[in-house]
Design a protein around this ligand. Sequence first.
Ligand code: 10G
Ligand code: SF4
Length: 351
Amino acid sequence: MNPEQTTLKHQPTGEAPSIEAAIVLANPRGFCAGVDRAIIIVEQALDKFGAPIYVRHEVVHNKFVVDELRAKGAVFVEELDEIPSGSIVIFSAHGVSKAVRAEAESRGLTAYDATCPLVTKVHIEVEKMRKAGMEIVMIGHKGHPEVEGTMGQVEQTSTDDHQASDTTNSTGMYLVETPEDVAVLTVKDPAKLAYVTQTTLSMDDAALVINALKEKFPHINAPKSDDICYATQNRQDAVKIMAQDCDLVIIVGSPNSSNSNRLREVAKNQGIDAYMVDNASYLKPEWLANKKKVGVSAGASAPEVLVKEVIAQLQNFGAGNVQELQGVVESVVFQLPKNLTSAAKTNTVQS
Ligand code: 10G
Ligand code: SF4
């Protein structure tokens, strides 16, 4: 983006802050490779097969993205029994349990998988660990779809009526969120234990939980490579650096976006005001009062167009020039699912 364009276009019209605050933009911010891929999958499915295309759960946790796809013909559902047999379904970027995959098949649905490959990597890890006879502690947020999907990679026994998001179940997986959860955790055999994490956790909070696990279970096996993904790490690092020089931080992201919430916390933990907004209409002019530097970033599911609108609104409130910070350049690109790219187009218009 060209920061100059943004600064030239907007004249202050709102309640002016008492000091003109400069704006700094974090880098990297916004869409990660998994979100890019997931949106393209829905768009390509719509293009190839026509509407309706069913999507299990919000493909990514962003209202703007979901509304745009809905307008193009995507139908978002929470459960597969809302989908007519024979339809097309796309699994969200957060991943699904094995039970959901099996249900899609038994309901006669054609599934295209928008699960981020870095989430799939954790799924494979879980399967291997279980096959090696280990119990697994998952560090994650209860009720989040990624946690349900990852916990659901191991089979439940027929007598097990727990939900995949329960903190413990007979699958040999345990869910913990905090060091306090670790303190009360009991496992079958501490010598055969491993852990995995949700990909979008706060790196600092996860480190505390991992330390607690290592202290309590010194033989616990760590994942081969970090489960917290590159995009989460880069965005948190960038906000941390940016926030050191700011007295206000705005994160663009929807309320249900876990990684966006974590970015707001990272800024807040630096002892400054930090707010998360779904779009520019949520900004309040009084947030800028007496602020000298406003940092702006966006969660991995928040489109850049919303960042531009937030900058424009901050400038309407009286904020000044935009400075874009330098950061890690990301070049990760994921391939689309083979069954989608090889599928023949059926959405042909009859003449
Ligand atoms: O941060 P969460 O997991 O809530 O998801 P999101 O859709 O807001 O951002 C993209 C991240 C994922 C798809 C989870 S791997
Ligand atoms: Fe994939 Fe990370 Fe993006 Fe999640 S946040 S979709 S794991 S790249």
